[in-house]
Write a protein that binds this ligand. Structure first.
Ligand code: N1C
Length: 274
């Protein structure tokens, strides 16, 4: 009889077939999810570094800071990230300025940090939450993706509006904006143009100092044996003219050896190194 075609044997076989199809589909979904997660881990190496550095400082809601930070560049062309895109992140991680102890620099990063690490008397941008969580890192996003990438990103000079450069521009503007009292900057006396108009110090920080808060700008020009520049350098004359009115300018040539000796001398007071 025709009816026999729908007997218990066939029904069981049909049932088995449906269960197998569902099992295969489930397996495919699980595999796809696992592959997606492992790719995410490969690309997003920045998040764990950001969070662990941030948590060590115990100052902010780090997860919220991460969300605000990545909103600036994810799903965007990595050559089209503006400084302003970081505004919410900068606001959330507000810098607490240490008046009279703030240290700026240009082309002297290594000397400055060797000094500030040994002698805890100056505050650089890298000593703030903002600077310390991102110092030395590279990141970018991609249009059509919500991932953070830490390789294959544009280099500093590849395009002006790359995520890393825009971040340092924005963070430096915020740091200069809150600067107060006697401000110090270490510049490089071994190059022809210690105050380079394309540097962040020249193009952003000096312009953002507020004469209502900053009293002096003390330039420490770090020199080596056969140095090519001194305080009469043309670019430093330009710096004087670009400084907002009312801020007193000073410049002193200081040998790098003196700075190194002094940072190792625990007896010497902070200001006595030059
Ligand atoms: O362009 P620069 O120096 O003049 O920028 C230095 C200036 C400092 O005073 C800092 O406050 O701008 C701030 N700043 C950083 O704090 C910082 N940390 C790490 C600017 N850049 C910073 N970096 C990296 O150093 C940045 O990724 C870029 O590669 C250099 C810029 O250094 P520079 O040309 O010697």
């Amino acid at each position: 009889m025709e009816q026999e075609g729908f007997g218990p044997g066939k029904r069981r076989r049909r049932c088995c077939f449906i269960v197998s199809v569902l099992a295969v589909l489930l397996l495919i979904v699980i595999l796809a999810l696992a592959l997606g997660l492992s790719m995410r881990e490969e690309t997003n190496e920045l998040e764990p570094i950001f969070l662990s550095r941030c948590k060590q400082l115990k100052e902010y809601d780090c997860q919220q800071a991460w969300e605000l930070f990545q909103q600036a560049y994810v799903n965007r062309d990595p050559c089209n990230v503006s400084m302003e895109a970081y505004d919410p992140f900068i606001t959330a991680t507000a810098i607490r300025p240490q008046c009279n102890r703030m240290m700026f620099w240009s082309k002297t990063k290594y000397v400055v940090h060797e000094f500030t690490e040994k002698k805890n008397c100056f505050q650089t941008l890298e000593d703030t939450v903002l600077g310390s969580v991102l110092d030395g890192l590279t990141w970018c996003g991609k249009e059509g993706s919500f991932e953070t990438f830490s390789s294959g990103c544009p280099a500093w000079m590849d395009c002006a509006n790359n995520p890393v450069r825009s971040f340092w521009n924005r963070a430096s503007a915020a740091f200069a904006d809150v600067a107060c009292g006697n401000v110090t900057a270490m510049l490089n006396g071994s190059i022809a143009t210690p105050f380079d108009s394309s540097s962040i110090f020249a193009s952003i920080e000096v312009k953002n100092f507020k004469s209502s808060k900053v009293k002096n700008l003390d330039i420490v020009l770090i020199t080596q044996k056969n140095f090519v520049t001194n305080c009469t350098n043309q670019s430093l004359q330009t710096l004087k003219t670009q400084l907002p009115e009312g801020i007193i300018y000073n410049c002193k040539e200081v040998p790098e050896t003196q700075i190194k000796q002094c940072s190792g001398d625990s007896e010497k007071a902070c200001g006595a190194c030059w």
